[in-house]
Design a protein around this ligand. Sequence first.
Ligand SMILES: Nc1ncnc2c1ncn2[C@@H]1O[C@H](COP(=O)(O)OP(=O)(O)O)[C@@H](O)[C@H]1O
Ligand SMILES: [Mg+2]
Length: 333
Amino acid sequence: LLKANNIEVLVRIVSTLDYEVDGVGYLILGQKRSGNPYNTQDLSVLEIIGNELEIAVENSLRFEEIEQFNVTLQKKIEDATRELKKNNDKLMALDEAKDEFVSMASHQLRTPLTSIKGYISMVLEGDAGKISDTQKQMLGQALFSSQRMVYLISDLLNVSRLKTGKFLIETKPVYLPTLVESELSQLLEGARVKNITMTYDKPKDFVTLNLDEMKIRQVVMNFVDNAIYYTPNGGKIVVSLKMTPKSIEFRVKDTGIGVPKDEMHKLFTKFYRADNARRARPDGTGLGLFMAKKVIIAQGGAVIVESKEDKGSTFGFSFPRNKLEIPDIKNPN
Ligand SMILES: Nc1ncnc2c1ncn2[C@@H]1O[C@H](COP(=O)(O)OP(=O)(O)O)[C@@H](O)[C@H]1O
Ligand SMILES: [Mg+2]
């Protein structure tokens, strides 16, 4: 057969890879153009070429194998990605439904609460007849608790607004000394019940600032509410509002349980409550400080926080005057 096909040299290319035990092919040569026979030197060169060819062929086989593997891998990744995306879409839809539910529930809770507060106030003011001191005290506590609930609901609403992109800062001229005073008056009863003395030196001279009034109210209330909540009976709270040439500073200083040093950095994150706070007061949302920080930062301010476990805390905020001050209005009240 070799003779009939004019084949003079046949080099078998043997593969060392075991899936091709028979060899991967042959190098076939006919007669030399010169007509001379192949000598031993020619043959040894051809043998070397055969070996090199073997390596080349094996490499290309491996390459094909790897390529095939890549194709399969790619397909597997695509399948897994599709599956993940499907699950992710499902989770996003659930999350959205949850946000809507929280938002809807908060709204719904507000209306009856407003009515409860209204009626308690009326009875407290004597609209339903004279009430005794004890009744007054108890109703005062009920009013305080309803007010706390109003604020908790606002926190929940704001968190869901934050997620749905409906959290907007709407500024108007705000005179902080009076705002702080009115918030404190709502919380006074809570402090009184716990025998906590709360003092506030309302500044006589202050600037009017462009702020989101409702949101700042909420922040002030959250800081004071925390101070009352996390200060044991008989403690002391000092609320201060100060003006420096460049900034305004609001502080609530208490003699409460404080924050453990190694947990300080986690405050202001969503739902975070320190261990000692959980032990002292099991109920809480961990949303107040989280929202407070968002509100303060969104308006260009900074959070003030100093605390020592078992010694007390100072929470507050500062705002730069230059960007927020309304020059012509000094005191609208
Ligand atoms: N005045 C304070 N004294 C001690 N710990 C505080 C005070 N204010 C805030 N904290 C800590 O910060 C956490 C978060 O506060 P907040 O967001 O208002 O949530 P909540 O009061 O519902 O727990 C509290 O759980 C507590 O650990
Ligand atoms: Mg709180």
